[in-house]
Design a protein around this ligand. Structure first.
Ligand SMILES: Cc1ncc(C[n+]2csc(CCOP(=O)(O)OP(=O)(O)O)c2C)c(N)n1
Ligand SMILES: [Mg+2]
Length: 592
């Protein structure tokens, strides 16, 4: 990676208000800071460069604040710890808000620094400092932050950043925001503040389930013939991976995992009943109806899953759930999802619940799952009539790596063939955007790639063409800072998701479904994805429109990735026929 080195020796004396904020970032272990510059934090910017020497943290420059936030978000997903980002007073914050919403919904840790024009009006420059000043910037985002503050003295800033660090890293994790007064940042200090001993401000281990809850669960387990474990949010670390497998095998359970969350369980394990999904398909719904015990561990939307199951039958299972998410629920947003009925509720993380349950179950033999894994889709011998398929991309890409276990998919497109490239470990797949905010994919990928580079892993991403075009300029940050990344664009030349919605509406109203493409197709002209990539300083390849051209393109892309470069490949992948003819409701259409 290329991180900029300032000229001369840093001025190590803590002499200005903003030096305190910079010091605290370093002391809290923040390694990178994504930003787009702004005068409201010119004091902090100077402290980062001329006081800290642009080391711990180092600046990653971004072309848009939405990318700054997405990069910090992607980093947290891959590293399991917070990155920082800085958002220029009000306007930068407004730009970054969608990314903040995604990060909030995804429950990632993140230290967000903002700034306001001088709170003391005597210190404001005419016009622009007044434009920069809002009464309460935190108010714009308070409903999507775990905590926020606007400290007004040196010692208050020290405490504020200590608290921010503690809050964002404590389960349930979520972003925190500190707004720095421009006037205070540029104030000369008469003395250094007192620094805290951060060893005394460490996040606590998550609470453990009560003995009663564990005993009640064991009683339900003893009676259960058909247990299902739903693994939702969890750590990327192997120390949490093995116990999940142990729990499923000890129970003889069938397992479900959620594509909205990162890898939680090996998708090729016999217990993993259907491939990871976004919405429950019929087999998963039926499985929940057949189950007599459901153990949902930090599952994002248990209430929604049960409602989907009730469309195909009755859910009669006893339900055990573990999560701490309720601690973040307020009346502001409904990302808390439908309220599920639960027989045994454990106020703990899914990973802590697994550890406790494995221990409580004690030694015993592994059992086969009570229901055999569904067979994968039959493959038609690989003849797609020259069209590019996801299966071809996955198998060709996999063959390019001697060590595919070291590849991490920062995001994955819909329809990824998990039988061709399964989830093998906790780092295989890093989940989705959290809040459904389009344009985040490129930034998430760049941020994840920073952490993956540090871990010696390969960062590969698959993005929709709409997502890529909206966030394409995030790729410049990867090129600028030499962050190795391979992006594959699953280009259907459309906001295809919405074609299905327009199809549904037209169908419901008895209107013409053939018009579903109008206002949605990204054609005539096609945005030139390879050129968009090249304009950011990456290598752009494509459009690749025929199956025969896929292998050479992927070969080149992987070679660039391995050399530490940034490459974007535009692959024209048409929706598979069975998908092209359905509406969002999932009804089949024969005449389209
Ligand atoms: C900021 C934002 N604007 C609009 C949407 C609505 N939206 C959801 S999916 C989608 C289409 C995405 O297109 P693409 O990335 O090409 O994926 P595809 O559906 O074609 O596979 C749109 C426009 C959104 N989620 N976020
Ligand atoms: Mg598309």
């Amino acid at each position: 990676m290329l991180l900029d080195k300032p000229e001369g020796k840093p001025d190590e004396k803590v002499a200005w208000g903003s030096d305190i904020a910079a010091q605290m970032l370093r002391r809290c272990g923040i390694r990178y800071l994504s930003l787009n510059p702004g005068a409201s934090y010119r004091g902090l910017h100077d402290s980062l460069v001329n006081h800290l020497g642009n080391v711990s943290p180092s600046i990653l420059l971004c072309l848009h604040e939405d990318h700054s936030v997405a990069i910090a978000h992607g980093y947290a997903k891959a590293a399991g710890e917070p990155m920082g980002c800085v958002l220029h007073s009000n306007v930068g914050l407004f730009h970054g808000m969608m990314g903040l919403f995604n990060a909030w919904c995804d429950r990632v840790p993140m230290v967000v620094l903002g700034a306001t024009g001088p709170v003391d009006s005597e210190k404001r420059r005419p016009w622009i400092d007044w434009i920069h000043t809002s009464r309460d910037q935190g108010a714009y985002i308070r409903s999507i932050m775990k905590w926020d503050d606007q400290p007004t003295s040196p010692q208050a800033l020290v405490e504020s950043m200590t608290r921010a660090n503690l809050a964002t890293r404590s389960a349930p994790t979520a972003p925190v925001y500190i707004c720095l007064d421009a006037g205070f940042q540029e104030q000369r200090l008469d003395k250094e503040p007192e620094w805290p001993d951060l060893a005394r401000f460490k996040p606590p281990a998550p609470p453990r389930p009560s003995k009663e809850a564990i005993a009640q669960t064991l009683a339900l387990v003893a009676q259960a013939q058909r247990p299902v474990v739903m693994f939702g949010r969890g750590s990327r670390q192997m120390e949490f991976w093995q116990p999940r497998i142990r729990l499923a095998e000890r129970l003889g359970a069938c397992v479900l995992t959620d594509l909205k969350q990162a890898a939680a369980f090996p998708s090729d394990h016999p217990a993993h009943y259907v491939p990871p999904f976004n919405v429950l398909g019929k087999p998963a719904r039926e499985l929940l109806c057949e189950a007599d015990l459901i153990i949902a561990l930090d599952w994002t939307d248990l209430g929604g899953a049960l409602r989907q199951a009730r469309n195909v039958g009755k859910v009669t299972a006893k339900i055990v759930a573990a999560n701490l998410d309720q601690m973040l629920h307020t009346g502001a947003n409904m990302e808390y999802q439908a309220l599920p009925p639960v027989d045994v509720m454990m106020a703990t993380t899914g990973d802590a619940a697994v550890a406790e349950l494995v221990e409580a179950l004690g030694p015993g033999n592994a059992k086969a799952p009570w229901k055999a894994k569904l067979p994968g889709k039959p493959r038609g011998g690989g003849d797609s009539g020259g069209m590019i398929t996801m299966e071809q991309i996955a198998s060709t890409l996999r063959a390019e790596f001697n060590d595919p276990g070291k590849v991490s998919f920062c995001t994955l497109g819909r329809g990824w063939p998990f039988d061709v490239w399964p989830i093998e470990n906790g780092m295989t797949y890093l989940g989705k955007d959290g809040g459904g905010g389009l344009g985040s994919g490129p930034g998430l990928s760049v941020g994840a790639a920073v952490a993956l580079h540090d871990q010696g892993r390969y960062a590969v991403s698959m993005l929709g063409d709409g997502d890529f075009c909206m966030g394409a300029t995030a790729i410049w940050t990867a090129a600028r800072h030499r962050i190795p990344l391979l992006v594959l664009v699953n280009n259907n030349r459309s906001y295809f998701n919405d074609e299905l919605h327009q199809d549904t509406v037209a169908r419901t109203r008895g209107r013409e479904t053939k018009n579903r493409w109008i206002g949605l197709r990204l054609e005539n002209p096609n945005p030139d994805i390879a050129k968009l990539a090249e304009a950011q300083g990456a290598v752009g390849i494509g459009p690749i429109t025929k199956a025969a051209a896929v292998k050479p393109a992927l070969e080149k892309g992987v070679a660039i990735l391995k050399q530490g470069g940034v490459c974007v490949i535009d692959l024209h992948v048409d929706p598979p026929p069975e998908r092209a003819v359905i509406s969002a409701l999932g009804h089949r259409e024969t005449g389209y």
